[in-house]
Design a protein around this ligand. Structure first.
Ligand SMILES: [Zn+2]
Length: 121
């Protein structure tokens, strides 16, 4: 077995360290690539979940059966657009209370033409 000079030993040591460093670099890059892929998948999964929630949550658009407008006011206090307008015109602020009819009923008011209806009726 040939004896190595101290320079040769040093050279071999450096070569080994280089290889280790390269391996670690490759390993790190692989891990980064993998975690990037994973977070991409997680983001896509989260997006799908969100879209499913949105799809489930959004009711079909309600349109006015008279004019087709989607500018509607869902009055959970039975707020009457026409009564309030007429009442407000004739009796001022007190008349506005006239718009509150049958507070137990949800009334949808078309903000475009003023048509009112009870949903589901
Ligand atoms: Zn309308």
């Amino acid at each position: 077995m040939a004896k190595l000079t101290p320079e040769e030993i040093e050279e071999r040591k450096k070569a080994v360290w280089r290889r280790i460093a390269e391996n670690q670099k490759i390993k790190k890059e692989l891990m980064e690539e993998r975690s990037k892929e994973r977070s991409k998948q997680q983001a896509a999964k989260a997006r799908r979940k969100l879209m499913a929630l949105v799809d489930a949550d959004v009711p079909p658009p309600i349109r006015c059966s008279r004019c087709g407008s989607t500018s509607l006011h869902a009055g959970d206090k039975g707020f009457s657009f026409i009564n309030a307008a007429a009442g407000g015109l004739l009796f001022g602020a007190v008349g506005l209370l006239g718009g509150l009819i049958d507070s137990s009923q949800v009334v949808i008011t078309c903000l475009n033409c003023g048509k009112q209806w009870i949903p589901g009726a």
